[in-house]
Design a protein around this ligand. Structure first.
Ligand code: HSE
Length: 301
């Protein structure tokens, strides 16, 4: 009784949709190996790829903690599970690293329990993991990691998650400058009160982006990818953010912004070739500043 599960990285916010929009990619992502054991309880026997940064204590690790919640919920806290987590993406990168691990764990346990819950029903358990990782149970990474594609969190209370259509050819270029920006800190720096005129601008853009996805209107998608609430503050933490933005848009990106809470940035593109060209330009720009970076190109998936 064992299962191996992969869960993908995700790009949350998609510029204007702070905490309400996100999409999944093909790769990178994390892998969980889970097997039933005779000893009751959830245990983590191995974590690789985390440079020793993640806790092995089952109550503190987001994967085991959310699996425990799931087992309590279904009334099976008696069973024994052993978990191996293989991190294949950087931590604190803005790519939904904790979400990918948590989602892989929940999908694994649900598979071992004969898919008792639907993927959508797993979302609240994954949100518990996010709460543990960064202090707030946001769903804009875990929902797309579980459901795939573009996802809208229409409401948190009650939870209302909607899968959106999107143009098939949509590709994303992601560049991760190797500077650490923990989500917890990146959330604390945002103003919690906003001006009505900024809110009007923002919800116009969110509605514009969603309409653009439905209509496959790239111009509309692009001009809606503007953020007056969060990006002006968070971009300070990202080296040469506005220079990278200009480079990406000049090279043909539909839109550009911070992935999740950063420091990764992403560019939406119509073709993989444009996405590859953009990663080269941005990585060169960072190299000029002596900053190492990683890059990924993937279809939205
Ligand atoms: N919506 C979250 C934030 C995503 O921006 O803080 C974190 O990856």
């Amino acid at each position: 009784d064992s299962v191996k599960v992969f869960a993908p990285a995700t790009v949350a916010n998609v510029v204007c949709g702070f905490d309400v929009l996100g999409f999944a990619v093909n790769a990178p992502g994390d892998q969980v190996l889970m097997r039933r054991t005779d000893r009751p309880g959830v245990f983590l026997s191995k974590i690789t790829g985390d440079q020793g940064r993640l806790p092995l204590d089952p109550a503190k690790n987001t994967v085991s903690a959310s699996v425990q919640h799931y087992l309590q919920h279904i009334g099976r806290a008696d069973i024994g599970l052993d978990i191996e987590l293989h991190k294949k993406m950087p931590i604190g990168s803005g790519l939904g690293s904790s979400s990918a691990s948590t989602v892989a764990g929940l999908f694994a346990v649900n598979t071992l329990m004969d898919n008792l819950l639907s993927n959508k029903e797993l979302i609240p358990f994954a949100m518990k993991g996010e709460e543990l990782a960064c202090g707030y149970g946001h769903a804009d990474n875990v929902a797309p990691a579980l459901l795939g594609g573009f996802v809208l969190i229409r409401s948190y209370e009650p939870l209302d998650v909607i899968s959106l259509p999107f143009p098939e050819e949509l590709h994303v270029a992601i560049v991760y400058p190797e500077v650490d920006v923990p989500t917890k800190d990146a959330r604390q720096m945002i103003r919690s009160k906003i001006l009505l005129k900024d809110a009007v601008t923002q919800w116009g853009n969110v509605a514009g982006l969603v309409s653009g996805l439905f209509l496959k209107d790239y111009e509309l998608i692009g001009r809606s990818m503007t953020d007056v609430l969060v990006e002006p503050t968070r971009s300070i933490l990202i080296p040469d953010f506005y220079k990278m933005r200009s480079l990406a848009l000049e090279a043909g990106a539909i839109g550009f912004g911070i992935s999740g809470s950063g420091p990764s940035v992403f560019a939406l593109c119509r073709e993989p070739e444009t996405a590859h060209a953009i990663t080269r330009l941005l990585q060169q720009q960072l190299k000029n500043l002596n900053i190492n970076s990683l890059s990924f190109v993937s279809p939205v998936n």
